[in-house]
Design a protein around this ligand. Structure first.
Ligand code: ARG
Length: 274
């Protein structure tokens, strides 16, 4: 018998790919010579937004800005836990201005905002598992977010931060290698992490769902779960099968255009834990 899973209503932040393009290459998935169909990107993104709304979740929208082609990847603009937001500070100059747009959104909502001094890319490299060990932040480093930001996030948010080292440039953000699938558990691809970080994950999450190279390459880990429904890239059919076997309901969405920028479902969505 499958274990029964229960959804919890979420609040998300997204930003339309109205100005999406691949104009520079800051991760191995980006190729400036591959044409991007922006209308199709908007259609696929819309479908993702409708899917979340259809599942009963609330979606806030950030206004896209011309000249910021990666702004659709809204996960990178901040990290919110218990109503407090730790702001982003992008590694690459090309995305630096996105941080101010996110900051303005959070300020307008009246949420507590902690400005960062250290380089970090928000939910791209921070994940939160609210009922694991009393509330645990998992944090990636190695490509974008720097280790001092992990300590800064812990001081800003008052939750323990566990540092995990990413070693494979294809999986340059934590959120393409690991995801929270409910309030206590995660799914991850061990090969994206150093041997020591794999040991840490095994110790903290002995019951984790384990993904493989094929699942990760299909951007399957870049998912959003409400505890029961797991919205994930439609190419990740094998991972969908594993999640189903674990009692979750996979909800596949097609995001082929946005994959050209090096992102999928989760990259497009920041969770607002207010
Ligand atoms: N082109 C973007 C970058 O390289 C993609 C960001 C993907 N976002 C994510 N949360 N993994 O910065």
């Amino acid at each position: 018998m499958n274990q029964q899973r229960f959804p919890r209503k979420r609040t998300y932040l997204m930003c339309s790919p109205e100005y999406f393009a691949v104009e520079y290459a800051i991760n191995p998935w980006m190729d400036v010579t591959t044409p991007v169909d922006r209308d199709l990107a908007v259609k696929q993104w819309d479908r993702l937004r409708e899917t979340l709304v259809g599942l009963g979740h609330e979606v806030h929208l950030l206004s896209p800005e011309q000249g910021l082609p990666d702004m659709v990847y809204a996960a990178n603009g901040g990290f919110m836990v218990d109503g407090s937001v730790y702001g982003a500070r992008f590694k690459h100059e090309q995305r630096a201005a996105e941080a101010a747009a996110h900051h303005a959104f959070y300020e307008a909502q009246g949420w507590r905002f902690i400005a960062p001094s250290e380089t970090n890319e928000g939910e791209g490299d921070f994940a939160y598992v609210p009922e694991a060990h009393g509330g645990l932040i998992l944090a990636g480093h190695g490509f974008r977010t720097e280790i001092p930001a992990h300590a800064e996030a812990q001081e800003a948010l008052g939750r323990p931060v566990v540092s995990l080292r990413l070693i494979d440039p294809r999986f340059y953000h934590l959120d393409v290698a690991l995801a929270a699938i409910d309030d206590t558990n995660v799914v991850y691809f061990p090969g994206a992490f150093s041997a020591a970080s794999q040991r840490v994950l095994t110790q903290l999450f002995p019951d984790a769902v384990i993904a493989d190279d094929e699942d990760a390459m299909a951007f399957g880990l870049n998912l959003v779960s409400d505890g029961a429904n797991v919205v994930l890239n439609s190419e990740a059919t094998r991972l969908a099968g594993k999640l189903k076997a674990a009692g979750y309901t996979p909800v596949p969405v097609e995001l082929a255009e946005l994959k050209k920028g090096g992102g999928s479902v989760k990259c497009c969505i920041a969770e607002l834990r207010h």
